[in-house]
Every structure is written in structure tokens, then in C-alpha cells.
Design a protein around this ligand. Structure first.
Ligand SMILES: C=C(O[C@@H]1C=C(C(=O)O)C=C[C@H]1O)C(=O)O
Length: 393
């Protein structure tokens, strides 16, 4: 029988969860709570995400465990199926912050080798081709990503990276999801795809980005520039419209602010819209809603099918669980699903980092390349590497 415990809201309780995390587990720290799922009472994989959500609801209804956790890939047609686990043991505690600030950072040994995929110049070329394709094929937006393969002669610890990510990102959805073969998807995303609690649903779509700067004057200027950038508002509007359209049939009431707000992570400025709604049918679970929303134009594009084709055509790697979603759902159907960005797939002695950005007809290839470099910084920082390290590759 699966075991579940609420371990209180004390700092010690949440820190114990982080300290007990191992790379096979599921971990999620948000502003409000910390969750650790370990062991496998049941595992479900399915390339059809709606069917997966139904199978998970059935398993939860059977009482196998009180909660299911896991990850959906960017595109299950690539051969990476959605993967959900009903953990043998689920532990919950209060938020990690600010208590985690007092813990020392963990050291990650420096990499022995690193290789951008594709070469940076080729990513800029792909963006230019994407801009032309938007026009020729009638797309409003496509999201193009690049990857960075990093090797560590002496091994790399997902636990240490997660620890530093939690410390660095108090407002983030900081996650780790165990993958087959002892690998783990580890990251800290600013973006909530969907949360459901009772009738209330919330989505926090993000699109439109500029890097933060260590210089306070440049930093403030970047924030202001983003808030008044026509190109970024277009990029954002395409996303917010798509999320609203998908949620509308499920909701009796939707609250959508007219304008996005400016938000920040330690490495990026973003435009974000907070969409809240009231569900018509309580039987529609958080995972079912996440499956309906995914892939949003935050990580794919509009129209979805054409954008997905363009991504396959222009990116020389498979995204796997990057640009998918990670989260949990319980027997009541409540849950929380974050967009799996600002993350890396971590193995024993190597990891692959990912970063992407939305392309619209007004996009500039070199600015888009810069944006992906800035987005890598979330993980680089957790690995103890300065942003300049990337420029040397
Ligand atoms: C695709 C990523 O980020 C997404 C793309 C954004 C953009 O294009 O402005 C902003 C936030 C995210 O929705 C990523 O970080 O890899």
C-alpha cells in the first residue's frame, strides 16, 4: 500500500525533502509547497495523453496511491511517451523559501567537454529560415530551440543541480522527474501550464523575453523595453489567445486580463498573463486539462500542426521531455503542471540542456540566439558556471 505523509510547514520539513531527493524520484518545489514522490507503486506510459489521463484517473480511483506524478514529452510522436508514476511514498511539506537560503550551495564539478547542438551560427540560420517559412506557410508563430551537450569526466549529480536550482529560484516551479535508464529531467520553470484546485483553474502563460542584467540600469531598461516591445506583445497575444480558447469549453467563467504583466526570474524578463477560470465539470482532472492545453504556442507555435512540422524540420535533435509538462494529479483531480523549460536531461556523466524562443515574422536571428543563451543561464548557474562560459564554446 502506498504511503502518504504531510510533514508540516516547518523549514526543517521542506529541507528534509530536498535532502532526501535522489535522481529516481519526483520532486516539485513551488512558492507554496514542496512535494517528493519516491518508489513506484505503479507506472503508466502512453503516447496518447488524453488516454493516459484517463488511465491515471482509474488507477487513482482504485486507490493504488493518493497521487500520480510525471512528465509529458513535447511530442509523443517522436517516440517519447507520457510517463506517470504512482509513487510508493509521497511526502509533502511547506515552501522551501526562505529557509533554503541558509543552506550552502552544492558544488558541481566543472564539465570536461561541451558542444552546442546545432552550432550557434546554424541556430541563427534556422531562425531566419523559420521567419521565411512563417510567411510562406501562413504561421503566426513557431518556437525554435537549441541544445547544449555537456560531459563530466567524473560524473554529474542531479541532486546537486536540483539543490542549487531550488536555492536560486524562489518564485519558480523547480522540478525533477525520474526518467527511464536512471536519467532525470531537472529544471526550474517560471511557467505554470495549469493548476486545478476544486473548481478553480489557473494558467500562467509566458511569452516575450529579454535577459536580466547584472547592471541595474541596463536591467531596468530591459524590463521597460520588453513591456513596450510590439514584437513581444504579438508573440504573447498568440499564446494567451490559444490558452483561453482551449480552456473556454471547460470553464463557466474565465478571467483574462487585457494586458500581460512584466515578471522576472533571476535570469530573464518575461511577459505573462494570469488566466483564472471556474470549471464546469469537476470530473475533468488537472492532467486532462494539461493534456488539452499542451503543446501551447509558448513552446510550439500557431497553428499547432504546422508549427510542430517546422520544429521537426529545423531542429537537429529530439526534444524528448523538454518543452513538455511536469506535475502531479491526485484522486480528486486536483494538480499542478509546469511547462518543462529551463531544464536539462541529466545522466550519469553527461547532460543535455535546452533553451528555445518564440519566432514571429518580426524576429531577428541573432537576437533569438542571444535569448536562448540567456535562458541557458538558469541551469548554468546551478552548475556553477558563469554565463560567459557559453561564449567560449
Ligand atoms: C521555450 C522556452 O521558453 C518559452 C518561450 C518564451 C519566449 O519565446 O519569449 C518565454 C517563455 C517560455 O514560454 C525556453 O525557455 O526554452
Amino acid at each position: 500500500m502506498a504511503d502518504s505523509s504531510a510533514e508540516g510547514t516547518t523549514a526543517e520539513a521542506s529541507i528534509r525533502l530536498l535532502e532526501d531527493y535522489t535522481a529516481r524520484d519526483f520532486f516539485l518545489a513551488t512558492e507554496n509547497a514542496t512535494l517528493l514522490g519516491s518508489g513506484v507503486a505503479a507506472a503508466l506510459t502512453d503516447p496518447d495523453e488524453i488516454r493516459l489521463s484517463q488511465r491515471v484517473a482509474t488507477a487513482l480511483g482504485d486507490g493504488i496511491a493518493p497521487i500520480a506524478v510525471g512528465a509529458l514529452p513535447f511530442d509523443s510522436a517522436e517516440g517519447t511517451p507520457g510517463r506517470m508514476v504512482l509513487p510508493r511514498r509521497t511526502r509533502r511539506a511547506g515552501p522551501m523559501h526562505p529557509a533554503v537560503d541558509a543552506l550552502p550551495r552544492r558544488r558541481v564539478a566543472p564539465p570536461t567537454n561541451a558542444r552546442p547542438v546545432p552550432e550557434p551560427r546554424r541556430h541563427a540560420d534556422a531562425v531566419a529560415r523559420a521567419v521565411a517559412a512563417l510567411r510562406d506557410r501562413g504561421l503566426r508563430k513557431v518556437v525554435l530551440a537549441r541544445a547544449l551537450d555537456v560531459e563530466f569526466g567524473g560524473g554529474v549529480s542531479a541532486e546537486a543541480i536540483l539543490h542549487n536550482l531550488v536555492k536560486d529560484n524562489p518564485g519558480g516551479y523547480t522540478f525533477a522527474a525520474g526518467l527511464p535508464g536512471g536519467r532525470a529531467l531537472v529544471g526550474s520553470s517560471p511557467e505554470l501550464l495549469l493548476s486545478r484546485r476544486g473548481h478553480r483553474v489557473v494558467s500562467l502563460p509566458h511569452a516575450g523575453s529579454l535577459p536580466r542584467s547584472a547592471d541595474p540600469v541596463t536591467d531596468t531598461e530591459n524590463g521597460k523595453a520588453l513591456l513596450s516591445s510590439r514584437k513581444d506583445h504579438i508573440e504573447h497575444a498568440v499564446l494567451a489567445e490559444a490558452v483561453v480558447e482551449t480552456l473556454r469549453p471547460f470553464c463557466r467563467k474565465l478571467d483574462v486580463p487585457e494586458m500581460p504583466e512584466l515578471v522576472s526570474t533571476p535570469t530573464m524578463w518575461h511577459l505573462r498573463t494570469k488566466i483564472t477560470g471556474e470549471l464546469v465539470d469537476r470530473d475533468v482532472t488537472a492532467l486532462r486539462l494539461a493534456a488539452a492545453l499542451h503543446p501551447t504556442p509558448a513552446i510550439c507555435g500557431t497553428p499547432t500542426g504546422l508549427a510542430r512540422e517546422l520544429v521537426t524540420e529545423l531542429e537537429p535533435f529530439e526534444r524528448g521531455y523538454y518543452a513538455g509538462t511536469v506535475g502531479w494529479v491526485n484522486a480528486e483531480g486536483d494538480g499542478e503542471w509546469a511547462v518543462s523549460i529551463r531544464c536539462a536531461e541529466v545522466g550519469n556523466s553527461a547532460l543535455r540542456l535546452y533553451a528555445g524562443g518564440g519566432i514571429v515574422p518580426e524576429s531577428d536571428p541573432w537576437a533569438e540566439l542571444e535569448e536562448t543563451s540567456a535562458k541557458f543561464a538558469t541551469l548554468l548557474r546551478a552548475m556553477g558556471l558563469p554565463r560567459e562560459w557559453l561564449a567560449e564554446l
